[in-house]
Design a protein. Structure first.
Length: 426
């Protein structure tokens, strides 16, 4: 009887484990070498500096890449040849440096290296260099797959040049030249992607639209160059306050937007308010021309799917909230308020000091929506929700997660338990 490959591998499990352990040990030895070998770090560091030079170059993408291609190729060859690195190890080192740059972006001590001369901020420079390092890693990965490790010592120079040119051109194409934020086209593409992700995984997606108050008055009084400086400084505040996963873009004119994946209405409004306060308290040049003698912004917040059914309506809801903020006097944040109101109640059968309502309408965040204790000992919570089907639980005293005992409609929570179902009609 013929033995299948699956059966053969199962029979040779001990041999497979032995080979696995040998490979892991070999990798550990190489990693120890990388950690103790300062020339390896020095060569990778020089490569990073060449990539930073490309990022800082304000000329065309082609000129930026062409000016630095030769040093980059030399650094890559020196690194690989001097230490006899395989293609897989080159991929590992390049991705390791990519991740190192990402970690450096989280360090607040960097600040803004170029606040006044129009060059990009340190955080943006590190991010773009990280993207370029990632692109180089992909080149080595593809070459290793195509040629095999024995032939990867001579990397394809055209492939390296194309990878850097592609990534640099992509970065320029999606970036607003004035503010350094993502541009309108990239914003629309990412909003659609994030909406699809939120829909697939039953998560929330929030959008904030900011508008500078009386910006035309500022431009008329001080000129467009001064107005451009205001735009750039406000863009820096948005980037500094947003999380790494958030997408900050210029929507058009004096409007800027922030896409917040996996973020509910309340958390998004808190971020918008923090940004509004930062801008209101910042000293800008020639602020006396403004009605409040300072530069301020208004903001509108909306969340999918509790406020809107798709990305188009999400923009409309956030824009409607922004318009309301303007009509209420500006310099404020307004969250979209669906007309439908839902009341959820809970009557405990034991002593409970605190009850939180959690569900896919607030990203299951037990620190957001606390229910109000009533005189009869029950708990009550009222919230605005767009029509739809929602899943929820109660959290008692921050620790015990329970179903709604008064609701018999249940659905699997994907973790071996169940959630209660809340159906909201128009």
């Amino acid at each position: 009887m013929n033995t299948s490959l699956t059966q053969l591998i199962q029979q040779k499990e001990d041999l497979f484990r032995e080979r696995w352990n040998n490979s892991v040990k070999s990798l550990e030895d190489r990693m120890d070498l990388f950690a103790s070998d300062s020339p390896v770090f020095g060569e990778v560091h020089r490569l990073m500096m060449s990539l930073i030079t490309i990022v800082e170059n304000k000329e065309s993408a082609e000129r930026a890449v062409d000016a630095q291609l030769r040093p980059i190729v030399f650094h890559l060859r020196d690194l690989q040849n001097a230490h006899q690195l395989s293609g897989a190890e080159m991929v590992f080192l390049l991705f390791l440096m990519r991740d190192t740059l990402k970690e450096m972006m989280r360090d607040s001590s960097w600040g803004d290296l170029y606040p006044e001369n129009g060059r990009i901020s340190s955080k943006d420079a590190l991010k773009q260099a990280s993207n370029l390092m990632n692109r180089l890693g992909l080149v080595f990965f593809e070459n290793a797959m195509r040629l095999g490790d024995e032939e990867t010592g001579q990397q394809d120079v055209l492939a390296i040049e194309y990878a850097l040119l592609y990534e640099r051109t992509r970065q320029i194409a999606i970036t607003d030249r004035l503010t350094g934020l993502y541009n309108f086209g990239y914003f629309l593409d990412r909003l659609k992607e994030e909406k699809m992700r939120a829909e697939r995984y039953h998560r929330l997606l929030s959008l904030i639209i900011f508008d500078i108050d009386h910006f035309k008055k500022y431009n008329d009084a001080n000129g467009h160059p001064a107005g451009n400086e205001v735009l750039k400084k406000i863009a820096e505040i948005l980037k500094a306050e947003a999380r790494e996963v958030d997408i900050v873009a210029r929507y058009g004119g004096e409007e800027m937007v922030v896409i917040l994946p996996e973020t509910g209405r309340k958390r998004a409004a808190e971020l918008a308010e923090r940004i509004r306060e930062k801008i209101s308290s910042k000293i800008f040049d020639k602020m006396d021309s403004q009605p409040l003698k300072k530069v301020t912004v208004s903001a509108g917040v909306a969340t999918y799917p509790v406020d809107a059914a798709n990305e188009e309506s999400l923009i409309k809801r956030a824009d409607a909230s922004l318009y309301e903020a303007k009509s209420l006097g500006r310099n404020r944040v307004v969250s979209y308020d669906p007309a439908t109101r839902v009341v959820v109640t809970y009557r405990p059968n034991k002593e409970v000091s605190k009850v939180a309502l959690v569900g896919n309408f607030n990203n299951w965040d037990k620190d957001v929506d606390f229910m109000d204790r009533q005189a009869d000992g029950s708990f009550r919570f009222e919230m605005p929700l767009a029509p739809g089907v929602y899943h929820y639980k109660f959290v008692l005293n921050d620790t015990e997660w329970i179903l709604d005992p008064a609701n018999t409609q249940r659905i699997s929570d994907g973790w071996g338990g169940e959630n209660s179902i809340l159906r909201v009609s128009a």
